[in-house]
Design a protein around this ligand. Structure first.
Ligand SMILES: [Zn+2]
Ligand SMILES: [Zn+2]
Length: 312
């Protein structure tokens, strides 16, 4: 019998897929992970790895730049293409899991990811086997969070956070392989129930702390949300303010939840759509998502769904 994973279409949307609408996030990718490990390849100096350098590595069609063609623009394009070919020769795109060249997530690895069976998953929290009776969002477990049930209207996760799923997430957000955002969002997109896709639905994200964003050079959840919004044809909307840096190491579980709750708030001046799909990469305890959902509700959102790439 064919498994669910085998029924999934291959990732034509991966690294070399069709370009989406003009979005700032589609301008390129940072240094691929594992570059330092590759033997026999001369490493670029650190000073070379500026954002400008990165942007040039994988330029994509920049439709939003509607400048008339000129000799200068043509030369610039040629230089960009030459640089792209040069960079791809030196540092070829590789699969996050098996290191095969050519794509950020090869078809074979994508087929064998630990997909959650949506027909068995809990519709309320997305737990893999909670469709009939969920052991992860019952009132006993929700009590420390101050709820009887999760504060959102529905939640889905695409994968169980196994080693492979964790590796994809790590390569994406900590090793800067931004090209993974598209296949990750494509996987998430297949798990969204059609009922979530109302006309006025907007896709928002749980913002990273300013420090994490600076360290990584991008906001991983923001990029996922952008890609997902394009895939499902919904509006992308930054609705939450970046939380301040939290040092939660010495706090009890309850104090952590309170701390998280206090740090999350709606973006001042944001127009809150009635229905929001809130995106994050991973759901572990759910406390971050709960705090974010609460902030969205305070800001005026009526219906809030959560979508994560993987869940612990
Ligand atoms: Zn692979
Ligand atoms: Zn549940």
């Amino acid at each position: 019998m064919e498994t669910k994973a085998e029924q999934l279409p291959l990732f034509t949307l991966a690294a070399d897929g069709p370009a989406g609408p003009a979005m700032p996030c589609r301008t390129g990718r940072p240094t691929p992970r594992g570059r330092q490990k590759r033997p026999g390849v001369q490493q670029p100096s650190k000073g070379c790895e500026t954002p400008r350098h990165r942007r040039r590595r994988h330029p994509e069609p920049q439709r939003h730049r509607e400048r008339p063609p000129s000799a200068t623009a043509g030369q610039h394009h040629l230089r960009q293409r030459a640089f792209e070919v040069f960079a791809e020769t030196l540092f070829p795109t590789r699969c996050a899991l098996c290191d095969a060249p050519g794509t950020v997530l090869c078809d074979r690895c994508a087929r064998h990811l630990p997909y959650i069976d949506a027909t068995l998953a809990c519709p309320r929290c997305g737990a893999p086997y909670g469709r009939v009776q969920c052991t992860e969002c019952n009132p006993v477990l929700m009590t420390p969070f101050g709820y009887e049930e999760p504060p959102w209207d529905g939640a889905v996760s695409a994968l169980v956070l196994t080693e492979a799923a964790r590796r994809v997430v790590t390569v994406y957000k900590d090793q800067g392989e931004r090209g993974l955002a598209r296949p990750m969002a494509a996987i998430m997109g297949r798990y969204l129930p059609p009922a979530w896709l109302a006309e006025e639905t907007a896709v928002a994200f749980v913002p990273a702390t300013p420090g994490a964003r600076r360290r990584r050079g991008f906001d991983h959840a923001e990029l996922l949300a952008r890609e997902l919004s394009w895939i499902i044809g919904a509006e992308w909307a930054p609705l939450l303010a970046a939380p301040r840096r939290l040092d939660q190491r010495r706090l009890s579980r309850t104090a952590r939840i309170q701390n998280m709750r206090a740090s999350m708030r709606a973006l001042p001046g944001a127009t809150m759509p009635p229905t929001v799909i809130l995106v994050d990469d991973v759901c572990t305890t759910g406390s971050t998502l709960m705090a974010a959902v609460e902030a969205l509700r305070k800001g005026g959102a009526r219906t809030v769904y959560c979508a994560t790439f993987a869940r612990a």
